[in-house]
Design a protein around this ligand. Structure first.
Ligand code: BEZ
Ligand code: FE
Length: 288
């Protein structure tokens, strides 16, 4: 039996107790995580009070998670971890990425829509927007029959699930690409919005003097059997918060040109995406 002889010795004893884990990947991940956690505690000489606060934060993000919001996802987002996981898993041939974090507001089974259909189903006003693009494979070949699932906030920055003024599934829809790999939908131009700040994540942002406002964007989840599901967002190039996104989702590739047509006043966005070959696996929806 090995007993504690120093603070440092606890790590060896702990990881020794984990050696019989049958699942090799689980074993590697938990031992690595444990090692980093021990190093973190030692390096910072964590006090008992700080430890208690950290545990309260974790309990708090669980308790703040409910039907319409997922504070656990938000915590990963504001720490930059969601963006990091998304980026390392979706690097393209040039070392960039068309992917961005999922966020807490994707809902499964958004309405299947016809070509050009308007997904603004509540009377919210706002600037009309037309969104077009093409889905390609890595060799620039258009992909027909891909499903482009889109969701975005209202002109005042609320998702449908946060807002009594909007009908169920407003500003959400799924569109199929045509034989040239193109999609087209209409809606109203989304506004930037604050990430939820009424829970532990808001408290942390305030302590760090960080603003909560995401730059305006439209979310896309693009899928077709034989390709990796692409989860991404296209940001409004005119937004002043592009370089201070509280969840670190903005890359150069994902800044879109939201142009207002001088004659019709309609905003037009053209943005195309590349899918990588692979298995089509969908994420678990953060909210039902
Ligand atoms: C979103 O883009 O919907 C989002 C992402 C992270 C935190 C909050 C919202
Ligand atoms: Fe969003």
């Amino acid at each position: 039996m090995t007993l504690i002889t120093s603070p440092e010795s606890i790590l060896d004893i702990t990881t020794a107790a984990m050696q019989s884990t049958e699942n090799e990947r689980l074993k590697t991940l938990i031992i690595s995580l444990t090692t980093h956690l021990h190093q973190f505690v030692l390096e910072n000489q964590l006090t008992e009070l700080e430890f208690e606060k950290a545990l309260q934060f974790i309990v708090g993000i669980g308790q703040a998670t409910g039907k319409n919001t997922n504070e656990v996802v938000l915590a990963a987002d504001i720490l930059g971890v969601s963006s990091l996981v998304s980026t390392i898993n979706n690097l393209d041939l040039d070392g960039g990425s068309y992917a961005a974090l999922l966020g807490p507001f994707w809902r499964k089974n958004a309405p299947l829509c016809a070509w050009g259909e308007n997904i603004s189903r509540s009377n919210l006003g706002g600037q009309p927007i037309e969104v077009r693009g093409c889905i390609y494979d890595e060799f620039k070949k258009p992909i027909a029959g891909a499903i482009v699932d889109v969701w975005h906030s209202s002109p005042v920055g609320f998702y449908e699930n946060q807002d009594d003024q909007q009908v169920d599934m407003n500003l959400r829809g799924r569109f199929e690409t045509n034989e040239r790999g193109e999609f087209f939908f209409t809606s109203i131009r989304p506004a930037g919005y604050p990430v939820p700040t009424n829970g532990p994540c808001g408290e942390l942002l305030r302590a760090q003097k960080r603003h909560p406002n995401r730059p305006a964007h439209i979310h896309f989840m693009i899928s077709k059997p034989g390709y990796k599901v692409l989860i991404t967002q296209v940001f409004d190039s005119t937004d002043t918060n592009l370089d201070s996104d509280p969840v670190f989702g903005v890359s150069k590739q994902l800044v879109g040109e939201y142009r207002t047509d001088a004659v019709s006043g309609v905003c037009q966005l053209n943005h195309s995406f590349v899918l990588q070959a692979g298995e089509m696996v969908f994420p678990a929806p953060p909210i039902p």
